[in-house]
Ligand binder design. Structure first.
Ligand SMILES: [Zn+2]
Ligand SMILES: [Zn+2]
Length: 336
């Protein structure tokens, strides 16, 4: 019998298509070899490879001296620009705000064909520390309301470039999607006196069937109401509203669990495309205690279509419990 499942935190429904569920190994990408095998270590035509830097667009680099390991640059084709103030207009029918914001690219590593699964945990930790530093810097801009940190990786993720990159976009509004989540979290807290995200994480740790891995600070699990195969969350085990409140030991633990999870995807599903997003509280609401930040990873191993667009509801052709078991059991080479 197929099941409709609901994510209690987001209120999103999904159809788990048990009747036509595919085995987890049906989602292994057998058509394309991993990026590290397809691409050179250095591409002379890549705008993010060493030697092709555009100093005018650079915001920061790490380390300050010698060859860089990480750079942050202004996006060449930004979705929003930093010039001017957000100006609102509304004529009764049309609401508009001038597109003021930040759109930055984080060059995660100098090597062109790497991906986080093949980087050292210490390298990922430095990227996360860079996000954290940029986040606190943008927080000083009172015009900004929300920062989204994200990664598009691979041809099915929307990524147009192959170099290992992340992006951040800071917005002059709080997206409705995030407002909705705050309202749901507030409602649950009013009704039950608890954070729904804390309840979900503890329940997953108690049950274990959808847990992929965990450490002292984080738990990674395939969602009970996963919207697509292997759709997973990495959640802080202690309640915290914003990624910006993370301490150095938490960033280290996050790097370790991301490394572990992304290696499982890489070796289990043959370097699948994925999107990775940090979901965190609006900048002016990091002192309210309702939300609970987390990282979502969405491997792009199946396609959505008309039904999803028409209903906002997904059909997941994989059982979340089977997806989690598959990722727990992936055989991986030792970390060099
Ligand atoms: Zn490159
Ligand atoms: Zn919580």
């Amino acid at each position: 019998m197929p099941e409709l499942r609901q994510n209690l935190a987001t209120k999103e429904w999904v159809i788990i298509a048990t009747e036509r569920a595919k085995r987890p190994d049906n989602f292994i990408d057998l058509d394309t070899p991993p990026t590290v095998e397809r691409e050179p270590q250095h591409d002379p035509h890549c705008p993010f490879c060493p030697g092709n830097e555009e100093p005018a667009r650079e915001i920061e680099r790490w380390p300050d001296d010698g060859p860089w390991q990480i750079r942050v640059v202004r996006n060449k084709y930004p979705a929003l620009t930093q010039n001017g103030d957000p100006v609102r207009t509304f004529d009764g029918v049309h609401r508009c705000i001038t597109g003021v914001g930040h759109h930055e690219v984080v060059v995660d590593h100098p090597q062109h064909n790497l991906t986080w699964a093949l980087m050292a945990p210490e390298d990922i930790e430095q990227v996360l520390t860079t996000y954290h530093r940029r986040g606190w810097s943008i927080l000083e801009n009172p015009k900004m309301e929300q920062i989204i940190f994200f990664k598009n990786r691979g041809p099915h993720s929307g990524a147009s470039l192959k170099h290992p990159l992340s992006q951040l976009i800071a917005l002059p509004v709080v997206p409705n999607y995030i407002r909705h989540r705050i309202e749901e979290a507030r409602r649950y807290s009013d009704d039950h006196g608890q954070c729904i995200y804390c309840v979900m994480a503890q329940d997953e740790l108690n049950r274990g069937e959808r847990i992929i891995c965990a450490n002292d600070h984080f738990a990674a699990f395939v969602l009970y109401a996963a919207l697509s195969p292997f759709h997973l969350w990495i959640m802080p085990r202690e309640h915290s509203v914003s990624f910006l409140y993370s301490q150095p030991d938490q960033l280290k633990a996050l790097a370790q669990i991301l490394h572990d999870v992304l290696r499982r995807l890489y070796y289990g599903l043959n370097d699948p495309s994925f999107n990775l997003i940090i979901h965190s509280a609006p900048l002016k609401e990091i002192s309210n205690n309702y939300l609970h930040w987390y990282v979502s990873v969405i491997p792009r191993v199946s396609r959505s279509a008309g039904f999803e667009l028409g209903s906002g509801m997904f059909i997941n052709p994989a059982l979340p419990e089977a997806s989690a078991e598959f990722l727990r059991d992936v055989k991986m080479p030792d970390v060099p």
